[in-house]
Design a protein around this ligand. Sequence first.
Ligand code: FES
Length: 225
Amino acid sequence: MHRLIKFVENPLLNKHLERQATSLEMGFLDPSSEDFEEAPQIIVAELEHSQAINRIIDWKRRWPECYVALSVSELDRERWIAAESAGADLVANRGALPRLLRDKMKLLQQGDSLTKQKLRLKAKAVVNSGDGLVGRLPDSPEDPIAVFRMGNQLCAVRDVCPHAGFSLADGVFDPVSGSITCPEHGSRFQVCTGERLRGPADYPLRIYPALSEQEEIWVEIEQEA
Ligand code: FES
């Protein structure tokens, strides 16, 4: 039996999700049932829920293999990215989500994995013998990425400020706190955790695994298989 759970209030979305599941002879479990104690394979929720980002983090902590999908009704790109940064596997418009999820349900039915492919990308090195900016990926298939060194650690972040989209790579790096301050309006972020330390940005930064191999810097991103 497949374990699909949804926390969805919108009646239309509920209807379409049920329809897609039923067409594959699948169904959603009652989120309050005890089955929820077993790791779900797919969770669907709405990004408008005030606790959505915290819930994604919690679900992914408890069930890292679970495929978490979120619907959005209004385009708020930074909230969208915050959801992906929190671990959401799919964020899609309310109208498109049921059909996209059907493909995932079908994979489950065939016994296939829903996990994403990992892609390694080489960063362009930035000459810097100390802590701070050491690499950039301006043309990554995602958004631009900046890599910072902090002691022995390499920390890669999305190089787009969630406030108004400016590059953070040219901001001021503080080696003590490991934070970068946006050169435009002063938002500050911890580069290894992505945590937002100061606004006006409302959201944290997306982070990526980074490593050094044979004096080259590599960043790992995930893409749909
Ligand atoms: S663009 Fe970064 S704080 Fe405004």
